[in-house]
Design a protein around this ligand. Sequence first.
Ligand SMILES: Cc1ncc(COP(=O)(O)O)c(C=O)c1O
Length: 370
Amino acid sequence: MAVPLYALIDNNLPRMAEFREAFTEVAGSGQFILGPMVADFERQLADYCGVGHAIGVGSGTDALVISLMALGVGPGDEVITSPLSYVHTAGSILRLGATPVFCDINPRTYNLAINSLEGCVTERTKAVVPVHLYGQMCKMGPIMEIAGRHGFKVLEDGDQAIGARYDGRLAGTIGDLGIFSFFPTKNLAAMGDAGAVVTDDDALAEKVRKLRVHGLEPGYTVHDLGGNFRLDAIQARVLSIKLPDLEEQNQRRRELADRYARHLDDLPLSTPMEADDRLHTYNHYTVRVRSGGRDALAGHLDACEIGNRVYYPRPLHLLPCFEHLGYAPGSLPVAEQASQEVLSLPIYPEMTRAQQDEVVEAVRDYFRAE
Ligand SMILES: Cc1ncc(COP(=O)(O)O)c(C=O)c1O
């Protein structure tokens, strides 16, 4: 039996009647961008997060760019972030003319290594973007402490971690700002591109809202230039319908992760490590295969039609677009090694026991034959 990496349609099937109703509602409303449906979703998301403000935007990337703009990041500034992430993190920093500073990662959680963070701070550090990778939050306590002591801002990239917790606190709600992507593979998934910024800071929220529509102010004037970062009403309605299911679906992912761990534990691979003070929401179930076996395992899974993917095959500091920053192979050894050894297996709330057994069997089969 083939098992896909994602089951994007299955995730929508139980709510199909509500989606039909919502599409009819939007089609007949004439308000296709922003408007009351977006405002409703923003209220709902802010309540879920327990923060004062949620601002819907066009994508997770938009959320990051607009948040950096609201923090005033620009030429001459440095922003510390992770080398093991989607390209948008460092890319957004560079797009604004600032310099990404890559901090190596913890080899077990794949998140920013706290003992490397302080060494990345300079007098030009304007912010840090901790990326909550695979669904597990960074160690936010020490990050907030270091940022507070040096006087720079914290922008949490919660794109893969909506609903995750650190010391009981939700992803996105600890830093000055938090961002989410609702890309269709995320735990809260739109039917297209969508994202959001959350914050408790009234002034930052106001800036983000203004920048979302080019920075326009009453009387058609602009002081701080923004862009088109708006969210569509149709995506807001989809997200409003799906948000109430998020906690239960994250719990289902956790059960699947637990079962994977029990069935894979005796094999020569590392299953994900959930830190004691965190609640992991498993946007990805990422195992680690040492000693060059990762690509062979991936090839075997491909042959068995088991979905799998490497997040991410090249650390950001070694991409040609960041070459001018002066990093070289060996600069960030933990992230570089992780990129050679990580492999994500299928995990989604709708996954059946039979599907999971199939994945487990295929992985076990590989090590049996090895
Ligand atoms: C960690 C992380 N940040 C940001 C993004 C980008 O979000 P979007 O695709 O919504 O722009 C992604 C993936 O899509 C991601 O995995």
